[in-house]
Design a protein around this ligand. Structure first.
Ligand code: NAD
Length: 443
């Protein structure tokens, strides 16, 4: 299937419009490492494609009384190591190929941080901000109504992603529990705290990115309190990265980029003295759109959507969508940048990877860098099973330990074998999945 993601930056400075197929990108990354490892043809055949894919219609009665039909998806890429695991994305440009790529990356993500889980992903082609609260609830319940037979705590456990929130996970958990006739919090993670959610889940992905930046800085001999960063995306991940980078590391975030829904373009909000994350969060809606008038009134500069990429900072953190750092945009990255921490899934194309590798930028690859969310999702499932909940401090401490260990495993292998960190992460992950498939007799 030929699928495209329109990645359009309209800016006074540059206009880059490109079409990227994330699934082809995910397969190209996999093929490259499979060659490098000399992976058997048997394993390749299973891992190049998802095990199962579902595409369904979700009819929703809208507030005006009419029925609107949405396309919903769930893809289970691999479950050799445990139940499939991965988020649900509500995005207007959602397609089967984006979900396939995201599901495949989830398999590598759970494996690289050694969780007993597989990889899956789901979604709906919809702009959630265009629906009323009642319509959104009906859409969430409708998604479950179509797929409930094929998910479950021991089958496949969804979670939030771009465009979905803890409240939506709460509605979905409720719908599933009603359908099977018993309270089943473990069917979905990222639920609200007090409604079966884990303390620390909301901040887990962003904080996890920053814990790994801290470890990367140790390896590079950098001082975190002198460090500067620029972030793309100011939703769940971007906001928590900004908070942790300033409040835990003591560094300075100079700019954040976001998608301006009103103007249908990306923008960068900058403050030369460093942004105040708590102030910016207070003027941002639940979909990560910043109120630029309020930002300007408070002395912030509003720049074009690519400006975040060319800032003279130590750390760049893409935390928006896939396909942002490409052969066309990679050259905008300032020579000062030493670390690229991929908060988003698939932000860097293989062509851009080659340039970053030549320039010696330390890349913390996406499925390792943003694994904090799935680690705490796993903790959430464990707590749901026990019906006993840990404190936020305990969750974040366990998260830090888990990610720090995984980070050094990957970078030790990269150093010992002279590998690009993304390849090292892939090798560790693929080896673990292949071992599980062998133990189960699949290959
Ligand atoms: P979100 O919907 O909460 O926020 C997305 C942000 O990106 C918003 O601020 C939006 O304005 C911005 N954005 C969208 N398109 C943009 C563009 N072209 N230029 C600049 N900004 C743009 O989503 P999220 O949950 O923060 O997820 C962000 C990324 O992190 C995604 O790639 C997602 O798959 C990945 N991720 C999320 C989690 C999680 O726990 N939420 C876990 C792992 C990975």
């Amino acid at each position: 299937m030929e699928k495209t993601v329109m990645n359009a930056h309209t800016s006074p400075r540059t206009r880059v419009v490109q079409e990227i197929n994330p699934f082809k990108m995910a397969q190209a990354q996999f093929d490259r490492v499979a060659d490098l490892m000399g992976l058997s043809e048997d394993a390749r055949q299973i891992l190049r494609w998802p095990l199962r894919e579902f595409r369904f219609q979700i009819p929703v009665r809208m507030d005006d009384g009419r029925i609107r039909v949405f396309f919903g998806y769930r893809v289970q890429h691999n479950d050799a190591r445990g139940p499939a695991k991965g988020g649900i994305r509500f995005h207007a440009a959602e397609t089967l190929d984006t979900i396939r790529a995201l599901a495949m990356w989830m398999t590598w993500k759970t494996a690289v941080v050694d969780l007993p889980l597989g990889g899956g992903k789901g979604g709906v082609a919809v702009d959630p901000a265009s629906l009323s609260r009642r319509e959104l609830e009906a859409l969430c319940r409708g998604w479950i109504d179509q797929i409930w037979r094929n998910i479950g705590p021991r089958i496949d456990v969804p979670a939030p992603d771009v465009g979905t929130t803890p409240q939506m996970m709460g509605w979905m958990m409720d719908e599933y529990s009603k359908l099977i006739g018993q309270y089943t919090p473990g069917v979905i993670t990222g639920k609200p705290v007090g409604g079966g959610g884990s303390p620390g889940r909301a901040e887990a992905t962003g904080f996890g990115v920053v814990y790994q930046i801290r470890e990367a800085m140790k390896r590079l001999g950098m001082n975190p309190s002198q460090a500067t960063a620029s972030i793309q995306g100011f939703g769940n991940v971007g906001q928590h990265v900004a908070l942790a980078f300033t409040e835990i590391l003591g560094g300075k975030v100079v700019s954040v980029a976001y998608w301006d829904r009103e103007d249908r373009t990306a923008r960068t909000i900058t403050h030369p003295d460093g942004i105040d994350p708590r102030f910016l969060i207070s003027i941002t809606d639940i979909y990560g759109t910043i109120d630029k008038q309020k930002a300007q009134a408070a002395g912030y500069l509003v720049e074009d959507g690519l400006a975040w990429l060319s800032k003279p900072v130590d750390v760049l953190i893409p935390a928006a969508l896939e396909g942002q750092i490409t052969e066309h945009t990679v050259h905008l990255i300032h020579p000062k940048v030493r670390i690229l921490a991929e908060g988003a899934n698939g932000p860097t194309t293989p062509e851009a990877d080659r340039v970053l590798q030549e320039r010696g930028v330390m890349v913390i690859p996406d499925f390792l860098c943003n694994a904090g969310g799935v680690v705490v999702s796993y903790f959430e499932g464990v707590q749901n099973e026990m019906n006993y909940y840990w404190s936020r401090e305990e969750v974040l401490q366990r998260l830090d330990q888990h990610l720090t260990r995984s980070f050094h495993e990957v970078f030790r292998l990269a150093e010992e074998e002279h590998l690009y960190p993304r390849d090292a992460a892939y090798i560790l992950a693929i080896q673990r999945v292949v071992r599980a498939m062998e133990m189960r007799g699949w290959i």
